[in-house]
Design a protein around this ligand. Structure first.
Ligand SMILES: Cc1cc2nc3c(=O)[nH]c(=O)nc-3n(C[C@H](O)[C@H](O)[C@H](O)COP(=O)(O)O)c2cc1C
Length: 138
């Protein structure tokens, strides 16, 4: 049975297109070699704040080894694992890493006015992350 790990994190800085492209190329190459698939959502809140939500899928060992590498990457901090579970089938089986960008306006729509107002990340729990992931799962 495949296995999934979903986490969110805070970007260490706002990444430009080139930095995203390098990150994705590298991730996709490694994932293809490890039979890992998934989704990466890059959420740009404003000029100086951004976050990631990522779904990893595959063999449990491959997913956990990939996550161990991801955790060490200084491009992000405050990683929060939201899901670790066996799943009946992959959701992103055709993608070595699907990529979706989101800005504050899209995020507002996704949460339809129910964004936390206290500065708390809207990506801090599983239900919130699932709403963001659903945008990429089409
Ligand atoms: C937001 C984010 C997503 C990443 N996604 C992946 C991924 O899907 N697969 C992967 O192998 N590495 C991923 N990485 C990890 C980095 O690309 C890492 O540098 C890479 O695994 C190489 O690590 P190494 O140089 O220690 O071998 C990600 C890093 C970040 C910050």
């Amino acid at each position: 049975m495949p296995y999934t790990l979903i986490y969110s994190s805070t970007a260490s800085f706002v990444l430009d297109d080139e930095e995203i492209s390098v990150l994705l190329d590298h991730a996709r190459e490694l994932n293809a070699a490890n039979d890992v698939t998934g989704l990466l959502v890059y959420v740009r809140f404003d000029d100086d704040r951004a976050a990631f939500v990522q779904v990893l899928e595959g063999d449990e060992n491959a997913v956990e080894q990939t996550y161990a590498r991801i955790q060490r990457d200084e491009l992000h901090t405050d990683l929060l694992v939201l899901v670790r579970a066996a799943i009946p089938q992959r959701r992103f089986s055709q993608w070595s890493m699907k990529f979706v960008r989101m800005n504050q306006a899209v995020l507002q729509q996704v949460f339809s006015g129910s964004m936390p107002a206290d500065g708390r990340s809207p990506l801090a729990d599983r239900a919130a992350a699932e709403r963001v992931i659903a945008v990429g799962d089409v």
